[in-house]
Ligand binder design. Structure first.
Ligand code: SAM
Ligand code: GLN
Length: 298
């Protein structure tokens, strides 16, 4: 940061006013919000408190911390990794570079899971493949007391963080975390009679499209969370072919998809057979087809 004119001190207001256009020039999304989140973290307060302290001058140590955050954010390190948390479905999730930063469009998977399970008065079992931070399973459990999850990932550090998030939000007793790949679920983790819902936001970016992702994503988020080493559709092929083995006869597959994948995913499930026509929902972020569900045909 450049030095302020001697007569002017770096008040909270001036820091925010300086940082917003700086972030804008660096191409960051929501630059003012990013500046506020980082400054609140550097000062150890909540974001809204900044507005009651506009004229306060942070200490030299706090300024050093903030400057470091600003420099790293300008290098496109995700704000969520810098502050260690991200809000998702109105809950705060701990995140680290071991997990994908939860996306607002993924909240739709929670809404649809809650709808699918709403009429059940008995305990109900869902399976999540690729839980990452645990945001989907935790937010769903938090809002539906009868829901239980088996939540999987291939990443041990991700599972550790997901467990931590489940404990923080008081739902750890209803989520069994399992380290496994795809649908290779250990038999003893498969619910008697099969799961009611398989929900997943799998890695769906084609390896060839990784280079086109924004720098905060491709340079900082775990590649294992983003792409499948192939055409981006591998997980859907696995779910279509193998989920009948672990779902109950009226079970549903509920998935997030990439914005151009709906038709291909529909063809995959149609070819596999055993499922009714899909329901498709668009996200509110860009209006893209983002979530699909396939219910088993009985
Ligand atoms: N559910 C989280 C969310 O929506 O924010 C994370 C989704 S992220 C797109 C995909 C997750 O799948 C990552 O946590 C990654 O580690 C995991 N994953 C990658 N390959 C996998 C595999 N073969 N089997 C299970 N999980 C896998
Ligand atoms: N939607 C993510 C992105 O912003 C990709 C995550 C995924 O592959 N599921 O790039």
């Amino acid at each position: 940061m450049s030095t302020p004119p001697a007569e002017q001190e770096w008040t909270i207001q001036r820091l925010l006013e300086w940082t917003k256009p700086f972030f804008e020039r660096k191409g960051l999304d929501e630059p003012r919000l990013a500046a506020e989140i980082l400054l609140a973290k550097a000062l150890g307060c909540v974001r809204l408190q900044l507005y009651t302290q506009f004229e306060c001058v942070p200490s030299a140590d706090e300024l050093v911390t903030f400057r470091e955050f600003v420099n790293r954010a300008a290098d496109h390190v995700p704000i969520a990794y810098l502050v260690g948390f991200k809000e998702f479905y109105s809950l705060e999730f701990e995140v680290s570079p071991d997990v994908l930063v939860p996306r607002p469009e993924t909240e739709m998977l929670v809404e649809r899971s809650l709808e699918l399970t709403a009429s059940n008065s008995e305990p109900i079992w869902l399976l999540e493949i690729g839980t990452g931070s645990g945001c989907i399973a935790v937010a769903t459990c938090k809002n539906a007391p009868k829901v239980n999850f088996v939540a999987t990932d291939v990443s041990q550090p991700a599972l550790e963080l997901a467990k931590q998030n489940a404990e923080t939000h008081g739902v750890a007793d209803r989520i069994q975390f399992v380290e496994c790949s795809g649908l290779e679920i250990p038999t003893n983790a498969i619910t008697d009679g099969g799961f009611d819902v398989l929900v997943s936001n799998p890695p769906y970016v084609a390896e060839s499209e990784l280079a086109d992702l924004p720098p905060n994503v491709k340079n900082h988020e775990p590649h294992i969370a983003l792409h499948d080493g192939a055409d981006g559709l591998s997980f859907y092929r696995i779910f279509a072919a193998e989920s009948p083995r672990i779902l109950n006869p009226s079970g549903t597959v509920l998935i997030e998809i990439g914005e151009t994948q709906a038709e291909e995913v529909m063809n995959i499930f149609e070819k596999a057979g055993g499922f009714g026509p899909p329901q498709i929902w668009r996200d509110t972020v860009g209006g893209h087809e983002r979530v699909m569900s396939f219910k088993r045909k009985q």
